[in-house]
Design a binder for this molecule. Structure first.
Ligand SMILES: Cc1cc2nc3c(=O)[nH]c(=O)nc-3n(C[C@H](O)[C@H](O)[C@H](O)COP(=O)(O)O)c2cc1C
Length: 347
């Protein structure tokens, strides 16, 4: 199936504008998830061996998840779950709807199997996402919800803005990802530094601990951090008990031709792999197994997924790989793990 996608479908889709194609894919998935026989066929084609893992108290049928940003409005979750993922991270959702940055804002770097995006948290807002999930839940796999900050909200009000988003979304997620690492919202990445991160996360953890069920939190970090920011984020994660997701997209262009330097935004896909793995490895060492770590960045096949699991990731996530390798990538990864006799206890 992956072969067919790469030879035929990708060739066709890549003739069109990337954002238009993405929107069309989400719209089709949204429609298909309500057609029983179609969804059943997709589930059948994508089925693979289970690799059950338990992370942060949640049970996953396998460790391969969808990364945030693919389904920003949480509208195609049921279809996406049928592609064999172990979990979905939906969003990033902001409190109020916002249009994001001006277009064009999504670029394919075909030769490098990469993407540059400066979407800027375009989304329909938390209430809309909640309404969508109301219709789609429950799903057979855990759902994470990524929360972010509205672009027009000042950094002083960031903490309140995140908290309000969390409150709207709380009953719909199995875990929450706090996105402080998008390069496309002004100053967002300054939230990595020690005290700022504490002031951001503390109210959310307090809110969660006051609910019937205290759900797990993960903070998604950038691959372009200063060592001291990574150290303080890891120390805080251990102290406060949240997990980390390493990493988001990079602002570096050192792994792609110089031509792309003039394109602002976050780079993802194959050229992010080495940098992201380096940060993942350092993160795993810093947290010493005391909190869970997810790996995201540059997974395009079984080998690149296994690499992150061997570096100590409890779970991994994919985005750009889906665009280049197609919707059956999860199955291909799981088959590779099986052929290489990977077992969750190897982590
Ligand atoms: C078009 C696009 C939009 C994205 N939007 C988000 C987002 O809203 N929130 C987020 O946390 N990450 C977002 N990401 C980052 C991905 O979740 C992922 O961490 C990153 O792309 C690295 O993984 P990859 O190399 O498998 O794509 C986005 C990535 C792309 C390509």
């Amino acid at each position: 199936m992956g072969f067919l996608y790469r030879k035929l479908v990708r060739r066709l889709l890549f003739n069109f504008n990337p954002e238009l194609m993405h929107d069309a894919a989400i719209k089709s998935a949204r429609a298909m998830q309500h057609v029983g026989p179609l969804s059943a066929m997709v589930r059948f084609l994508a089925r693979a061996k289970d690799f059950p893992v338990t992370v942060a108290g949640m049970k996953f049928r396998n460790p391969v998840g969808l990364a945030a940003g693919f389904d920003k409005n949480c509208e195609a979750a049921r279809f996406l779950a049928g592609l064999g993922f172990g979990f979905l991270e939906l969003g990033t959702v902001t409190l109020r709807p916002q249009p994001g940055n001006p277009r064009p804002r999504l670029f394919r770097l075909r030769e490098n199997k990469a993407i540059i995006n400066r979407m800027g948290f375009n989304n329909a807002g938390a209430w809309d996402a909640a309404r969508s999930l109301e219709k789609l839940l429950p799903l057979p796999i855990p759902v994470g919800i990524s929360v972010g900050k509205n672009a027009d909200c000042s950094m002083e009000d960031a903490s309140r803005n995140y908290l309000e988003t969390l409150k709207v979304m709380y009953s719909y997620g199995d875990y929450f990802a706090v996105n402080i690492s998008s390069p496309n919202t002004l100053q967002l990445r300054t939230l990595h530094s020690g005290e700022k991160l504490r002031r951001l996360v503390e109210p959310m953890l307090d809110f969660a601990s006051g609910q019937k069920k205290a759900k797990p939190f993960f903070v998604k970090i950038a691959p372009d951090l200063e060592e001291r920011d990574l150290e303080s984020a890891a120390a805080l994660a251990v102290e406060m008990g949240f997990g980390l997701i390493a990493t988001n997209t990079t602002v570096s262009r050192s792994a792609v031709p110089a031509y792309w330097k003039s394109y602002e935004g976050g780079l993802s896909g194959t050229p992010l792999r080495a940098l992201s793995n380096e940060v993942l490895g350092r993160t795993v060492v810093l947290v010493k197994g005391k909190v869970p770590v997810m790996g995201s960045g540059g997974i395009s096949d079984g080998a690149s997924a296994l690499e992150k699991l061997k570096l100590g990731a409890d779970l991994v996530q994919i985005y750009s790989g889906l665009i280049y390798e197609g919707p059956f990538l999860v199955k291909e990864i799981l088959e590779y793990l099986d052929r290489h006799h990977w077992h969750p206890s190897h982590r």
